[in-house]
Ligand binder design. Structure first.
Ligand code: HDD
Length: 702
């Protein structure tokens, strides 16, 4: 029962002071555990703090005194710690690194970042999910943001892209509607970080232009294994401008050195429970281990005349340019080699804006891009509290800058002199515009056909590239895509919305529409919506697949080895050595985190406890168990699930004889992907890829 001051005898003043001291003493002891000379704790004003444990009060049970400026400052600052999260892309992880140009684009642009071969331009890159809040999970089915800030010698360049090369909508006017529809529904405030709900699919079913993007988001691209294994796209066409003022269109592509790699859907869902921070932790651990993620930057270059021959309008952001049509030219690499010192100061406060371009790069007339040029600066003003957010270190350019913007909230600079305007004659070093060095807009003639809220006719084909994407996929990828649609639409409660989406699919591929209709148990196929223009049969683009293009490698992958008391240490050590030699990270999992007492009497510490480290977090699993421990674990759901999930997620398994009882309990019939841990090379070969041939046995796909 809590004691009240009324029933409690007040402590004499000296005794109370000793009591307070005992708290101070305890904290002091704990702090002494960290080595080093600790600076004196101060307030923000630099006043030394005498006691960081106790509020100032007139007597032991008296009220807090208003005079306690130390308490008030501490609490006030804490109360103001949060800023509005990003309205989209709130959940993100970022890292510092560099971009190194390997091939000059001097024929096409004056931008030094793209012409000075060998120069390393510092970058800060933030990856994100789109729909979820800042505290949501890392592995929902969602597009991943891929935003790179290049601190170039001519000002900041922000390439604010996604891991998908197209977008849902053609005009920025629809962006707030799209985001409202995909975020949690406003009356019930769920679902969080998920597109599988009525409002999203209602909007989609009424927006035929979203169909190409729908194919991408339902593909395995939106359930990546790691942020280190996603591609990135600038999405829009931009322009490069050379010294002669000539312009060439350009699309930007990032390709991961580790190869693109996705999870399977059941795995992605289980990862949400296993580790909310799966992607953030993966990126952090790789960088901390010196295993720096790397991407190649490539460009697609084409002229206005070439663009005129494409069977689609490249200014429409729902279209991509197949690399079979315009090949990719690698021009450089990005390496991320430093985790931020502070999440809030850097990852949270970084402000990207597609309008940030150095001279030599220019915008195109893509209407979505044009709208974005306004939105980002506007949102930063709200999110970061005023017009001086560019002075925050993560946002500040690393090149010289000089302007007459002054004052405002949180001004950090102390400008010198009388002159804060132009033209002026009073100060010799006041900044002046320069035609020679300045940003050059491509001279475009646009005669115009009359003001209006207009959409070009060339934007009317909403299905041809959706069809191209679907038909370019391997059979298994098509099955994943159809199953993803069935999953999402099964969460939609409104029948006409489900039917509306299936109606659109009829224009993409009738077999796809039938598969999804069957998966939803629709009694009959709904009618297809009217077409504005006929659907074209574009040549398939095999480059759009990912299963075929996953790199057979253990580089950057993680293998879990399950051990328990009595395990054979030599087998574990040999396996670990071989896996690490092949580039894998190895983690030991045991029933207790302290590890296992091996057969030879040594103790092998574990990296994770079995109950808290499901196999979903690994790319492949192995186990070295005594028959006794195998039999014991075969009775434990967590151990049986460890193998059953690994098998179901198409992972290679190295299982010793002692593990057979667990495999049997899980109903696992060993196939080519299940090997003996003594056969390290066989396991490595199997673990370098997923066991795709196994999929029809473990899952009914749409
Ligand atoms: Fe956006 C954030 C990518 C269309 C408005 N967007 C944001 C981020 C990425 C993208 C990666 C997170 C940046 C970060 O890590 O801080 N957005 C895209 C792509 C688009 C796109 C690839 C289409 C090609 N966005 C788009 C439109 C609008 C916005 C059409 C508005 C008209 N986006 C925003 C925003 C955000 C944003 C509201 C939220 C937080 C922020 O900007 O800083 O302004």
């Amino acid at each position: 029962m809590p004691r009240t001051p009324a029933t409690k005898q007040p402590l004499p003043a000296r005794q109370a002071a000793a009591h307070a001291d005992s708290y101070r003493g305890h904290a002091g002891e704990l702090q002494q555990q960290a080595a080093g000379q600790h600076p004196v704790l101060t307030t923000q004003q630099g006043i030394a703090v005498p006691d960081n444990q106790n509020t100032l009060r007139p007597s032991p049970h008296g009220p807090a005194l208003l005079e306690d400026f130390i308490l008030r400052e501490k609490i006030t600052h804490f109360d103001h710690e949060r800023i509005p999260e990003r309205v989209v892309h709130a959940r993100g992880s970022a890292a510092h690194g560099f971009f190194e140009l390997t091939h000059s684009l001097a024929d096409y642009t004056t931008a030094r970042v793209l012409t000075e071969v060998g120069t390393r331009t510092p970058v800060f890159t933030r990856f994100s999910t789109v729909a979820g809040g800042a505290g949501s999970v890392d592995t929902p089915r969602d597009v991943r943001g891929f935003a790179v800030k290049f601190y170039t010698p001519e000002g900041n360049w922000d390439l604010v892209g996604n891991n998908v090369p197209v977008f849902f909508i053609q005009d920025a006017m629809k962006f707030p509607d799209l985001v409202h529809a995909v975020k949690m529904e406003p009356d019930r405030a769920f679902p969080q970080a998920a597109s599988a709900h009525d409002t999203f699919w209602d909007f989609i079913s009424l927006m035929p232009e979203s169909m190409h993007m729908v194919m991408w988001i339902m593909s395995d691209r939106t359930i990546p294994r790691s942020l280190r294994m996603i591609e990135g796209f600038g999405v829009h066409s931009f322009r490069l401008v050379n010294a002669a003022g000539e312009s060439t269109f350009v699309k930007f592509h990032w390709r991961p050195k580790l190869g693109i790699q996705s999870t399977v859907w059941d795995e992605a869902m289980k990862l949400q429970a296993a580790d909310n921070d799966f992607h953030r932790r993966d990126l952090f651990e790789a960088i901390e281990a010196g295993d720096y993620p790397e991407w190649e930057l490539s460009v697609q270059l084409f002229t206005e005349e070439e663009a005129g021959t494409f069977p689609f309008d490249h200014l429409d952001p729902t279209k991509l340019i197949p690399e079979e049509l315009v090949p990719l030219r690698p021009i450089g690499r990005m390496v991320l080699n430093r985790w931020p010192d502070n999440f809030f100061a850097e990852t949270e406060q970084v402000a990207f804006c597609p309008a940030n371009l150095p001279p030599g790069i220019d915008f195109s007339n893509d209407p979505l891009l044009q709208g974005r040029l306004f939105s980002y600066l506007d949102t930063q003003l709200l999110r970061l509290g005023g017009p001086n957010f560019v002075q925050i270190p993560i946002n500040a350019p690393k090149c010289p800058f000089a302007h007459n913007q002054r004052d405002g909230h949180m001004q950090m600079l102390v400008p010198q002199g009388r002159v804060n305007y132009e033209p002026s004659s009073l100060q010799a070093d006041s900044p002046r515009a320069s035609q020679a060095a300045g940003f050059r807009h491509v001279a475009q003639t646009d005669e115009g056909s009359g003001k209006g809220r207009i959409r070009p006719e060339s934007f009317a084909d909403h299905y041809s590239q959706a069809r191209m994407f679907y038909r370019s996929q391997s059979p298994l990828e098509q099955a994943h895509l159809a199953s993803a649609l069935v999953f999402e639409l099964s969460k939609v409660q409104t029948l006409h919305v489900r039917e509306g989406v299936v109606g659109h699919l009829l224009h993409i591929d009738t077999e796809l529409a039938q598969r999804v209709a069957d998966g939803l148990a629709l009694p009959q196929l709904p009618p297809a919506p009217p077409l504005a223009v006929p659907v074209q049969d574009l040549p398939p683009s095999p480059a759009l697949r990912i299963i075929d293009r996953m790199k057979p490698t253990l580089q950057g992958r993680c293998v879990g080895i399950l051990v328990a008391d009595g395990s054979n240490g030599t087998t574990v050590a040999n396996l670990r050595k071989a896996l690490e030699k092949a580039g894998a990270q190895v983690k030991i999992v045991a029933p207790k985190v302290g590890g296992a007492l091996l057969k030879d009497g040594t103790q092998l510490p574990a990296d994770g406890q079995l109950a808290g480290t499901p196999s979903a977090v690994f790319d492949a699993v192995a186990s070295v168990l005594s028959p006794e421990m195998g039999a014991q674990l075969a009775r434990e759901a967590v151990a049986v699930d460890w193998f059953r999930d690994a098998f179901g997620h198409l992972k290679a398994i190295a299982a010793c004889k002692g593990t057979q009882a667990i495999l049997q309990a899980g109903g696992i019939e060993p196939d080519a992907g299940v090997v003996d841990p003594a056969d390290a090379q066989g396991f490595i070969a199997a673990a370098q890829t997923r066991q795709w041939a196994r999929e029809p046995q473990v899952r009914t796909l749409a």
